[in-house]
Write a protein that binds this ligand. Structure first.
Ligand code: AMP
Ligand code: TRP
Length: 332
């Protein structure tokens, strides 16, 4: 069975952008592939953060993922810093990554613009991402659209390493992204991608009341000033795409008719969406509550995930070092 890998930052809250853009695929694909899913805490420290919160956010992310359907018996779920081979391979890859490729990454340009001082770790972020994936020699990477450019870089790194150290029999595959139908979810502001750092998210564990408080003022077709103005669902940046993701097909076509015919106001449309979002998220919230009541169980599960991941990681590093003329680590 071929291997797949994906990662998510420990932002604490898993939001519906993560869920629809990536995690839904993680859940489906864990039954079709040998799946490794990683909470990437070393990526999270490339921007300023509060050390006293990081552990809790990491734990909450694990709870969110398990509640959303990651099954520890089907997939290996673990925390990046518990498998030191990730940073070890990243260093090696740094020696084979052209600086220009890193400087032109859209995420680096965007994030570095927000920093007073730009640290090398932010620039090298995608090199660590390449190491994450290639350590498991994964072919496919279920992610949202924003990660396509990072995966291109992972392929460059794999190609460069193979060409230099194993030209006859490439050690690393060139990993491809696997996107969902909803590869980019726009945030509640109707402008940017849904993102915790922008604060335009709906968390998958939020209460029905909290979700309604966020949906009610969400941006819709700007041409619809009042209920009697006809709308165009395709110009509705948030509510209509979320209907397509959460509501049955019959509801989606009902929404289209009522919007174009001005027979529903945006509030009615949002109420219908709210009911469908809440229905899909209810079992996830319930599962999360059970997991939160047993924090020791989640920690154990992550420790055993790291153990399993390390077996593969060690073997890859043994081969990498062997081919590069580097003595291997002494067995523990
Ligand atoms: P992050 O929270 O940045 O670590 O992202 C985790 C996963 O969710 C990645 O695969 C992202 O591509 C995906 N993702 C994050 N935000 C969105 C969004 N607004 N729409 C679709 N996918 C997203
Ligand atoms: N950069 C990814 C994001 O922000 C997270 C990530 C780190 C990742 N390593 C990865 C995703 C490896 C896929 C594979 O979402």
């Amino acid at each position: 069975m071929s291997r797949i890998f994906s990662g998510i930052q420990p932002s604490g809250e898993l939001h519906i952008g993560n869920y629809l853009g990536a995690v839904k695929n993680w859940v489906t694909m864990q039954h079709q592939y040998n799946a490794y899913y990683c909470i990437v805490n070393y990526h999270a420290i490339t921007v300023a953060y509060a050390p006293q919160d990081l552990l809790a956010r990491t734990h909450e992310m694990a709870v969110g993922l398990l509640a959303a359907g990651i099954d520890e018996n089907a997939a290996t779920l673990f925390v990046q810093s518990q498998v030191p081979e990730h940073t070890e391979l990243a260093w090696i890859f740094n020696t084979l990554t052209p600086l220009g490729e890193l400087e032109r990454q859209a995420q680096f340009k965007e994030k570095s613009g927000r920093q007073e001082q730009i640290m090398a770790g932010l620039l090298n972020y995608p090199v660590l991402q390449a190491a994450d994936i290639l350590l498991y020699r994964a072919d496919l990477v279920p992610v949202g659209e924003d990660q396509i450019q990072h995966l291109e870089l992972s392929r460059v790194v794999a190609r460069n390493w193979n060409a230099r150290f194993s030209p006859d029999q490439p050690l690393f595959p060139e990993p491809q992204p696997k996107l969902t139908q909803t590869r980019r979810i726009v945030g509640l502001d109707g402008q940017s991608k849904m993102s915790k750092s922008i604060g335009n998210t709906i968390g998958i564990l939020e209460s029905p009341e909290a979700i309604w408080d966020k949906l009610r003022p969400a941006v819709t077709d700007p041409a619809r000033q009042k209920k009697t103005d006809a709308g165009d669902p395709d110009k509705c940046p948030v509510v209509y795409p979320l209907h397509k993701a959460f509501s049955p097909a019959a509801t989606v076509s009902e929404v289209e008719t009522h919007c174009r015919g001005a027979t529903w106001g945006c509030i009615e449309c949002k109420k219908s969406l709210h009911a469908n979002v809440v229905a899909e998220l209810a079992p996830i919230r319930e599962k999360a509550a059970q997991l939160t009541a047993h924090p020791g169980r989640v920690t154990e599960l992550l420790d055993s995930g790291a153990d399993k991941a390390r077996t593969i990681a060690r073997e890859t590093m043994r081969q990498v070092k062997d081919l590069m003329g580097l003595p291997a680590a002494v067995a523990p």
